[in-house]
Design a protein around this ligand. Structure first.
Ligand SMILES: Cc1ncc(COP(=O)(O)O)c(C=O)c1O
Length: 366
């Protein structure tokens, strides 16, 4: 029998659950809303789709391993040098590569509880201990608590700004103060997967790529505001030294030529981006006013989703299940947030379906 390392044995594979099609067959909804993955429900940018179609003809060729054209375009847009950029198979691919590139057995990744679940998993896969500091009572990160928890083994600190799933943000001054206090030999990942939404909702939202600190790596994705999650395209911005190290561990030809083409098209589509951002602000306001009228607690969000807080894990479970039966797919959270549900912002009719169904079942909440 081929042995499996203990750290891999301990991992539970991702269980995707039933597909939307299977659920539709089971529940026979007239209408439904998929609000469980923080995707862009407006669809994909048309320019991204056109660009993919054009690139299809080149499917027999390997893509440019350095994706120079796309890196240049990203560099221009975010005012950095293309040598400070590396692309990945989604930002998740980049997170995996960062841990692989910088950690040895015995190193530790320090983060917060109630953050992006994937990070805990990729730490374990790489035999890296993951330590998490509890969230504060208002569901924001306890940055002082994280600073106090740094010790000899801490190699990476992971901050999701905004945090998925709470939607809470770290302000500019909090981030700068934190980064100035972190020892320079610790790599800090600032995951800004929802950056475009955050900046639109709050122009003072911090852009960690502008800080130009040698031990900070900024992560962004095309999966959310640009609407091409299925194409798996993310990028990191950091010092040349960090970027060159990441090039050593990545797959030679990631991301694919279609993903690169999708990214090029998406970056040209300002109209789609602007529509997405406006739809998101309106959607969040719709949620807030409906939740307030229903007496449902929520955390103010700086992303394309909002977390509601129920009195108990059982009620959160029950509300999620009842919404599912009524065609509204939302995410019941786990761990220390098992009394909470994360709801993505969809199109206006999807948001309305969600709040109308919540209204029908409010008796289950109160
Ligand atoms: C905070 C955060 N980081 C990274 C990701 C992964 O995004 P990608 O599709 O680029 O892998 C997500 C996806 O939900 C996320 O919420």
């Amino acid at each position: 029998m081929v042995s499996v390392p203990e750290n891999i044995k301990a991992i539970h594979s991702y269980e995707p659950g039933q597909t939307v099609e299977e659920l539709q067959q089971q529940y026979k909804w007239d209408k439904y809303a998929v609000l469980w993955n923080n995707e862009n429900t407006l669809g994909a940018s048309k320019l991204a789709l056109q660009s993919i179609k054009k690139e299809l003809e080149n499917s027999n060729f390997y893509p440019d391993p350095k994706a120079r054209i796309l890196c240049e375009k990203i560099a221009t847009k975010w005012e950095v040098k293309s040598d400070n950029i590396v692309l990945g198979n989604g930002s998740e691919g980049l997170l995996m590569n960062i841990i692989r590139a910088f950690c040895r057995d015995g190193d530790e990744l320090l983060t917060s509880e109630g953050s992006f679940v994937i990070i805990y998993n990729w730490a374990r896969v790489n035999n890296v201990m993951c330590r998490s500091v509890p969230l504060r009572d208002d569901y924001s990160f306890d940055l002082n608590g994280i600073l106090k928890s740094i010790h000899r083994q801490t190699k990476i600190i992971y901050l999701s700004n905004v945090n998925n799933p709470t939607g809470a943000m770290i302000s500019c001054s909090e981030l700068e103060d934190f980064l100035n206090k972190v020892p320079k030999e610790i790599l800090v990942i600032v995951d800004e997967a929802y950056f475009e939404f955050s900046k639109h909702l709050n122009p003072a939202f911090p852009d960690s790529s502008k800080l130009k600190m040698d031990n900070v790596i900024t992560i962004r994705t095309f999966s959310k505001a640009y609407g091409i999650a299925g194409n798996r395209l993310g990028f990191a911005i950091a010092s040349e030294k960090i970027i060159n190290t990441l090039y050593k561990v990545r797959l030679t030809f990631e991301p694919s030529n279609l993903s690169q083409a999708a990214g090029l098209g998406a970056l040209d589509d300002n109209e789609f981006l602007s529509h997405t951002l406006k739809n998101n602000s309106r959607g969040l306001h719709h949620y807030y006013s409906e939740f307030e009228s229903l007496g449902i607690k929520y955390v103010q969000s700086h992303g394309n989703f909002v977390m509601i807080v129920l009195p108990s894990p059982e009620q959160a479970q029950r509300v999620t299940q009842e919404l599912l039966v009524k065609g509204v797919l939302v995410r019941h959270l786990g761990g220390t947030l098992s009394h909470c549900i994360r709801i993505s912002v969809g199109q206006p009719e999807e948001n309305q379906l969600c709040t109308a169904m919540l209204r029908e079942i409010t008796t289950a909440i109160s």
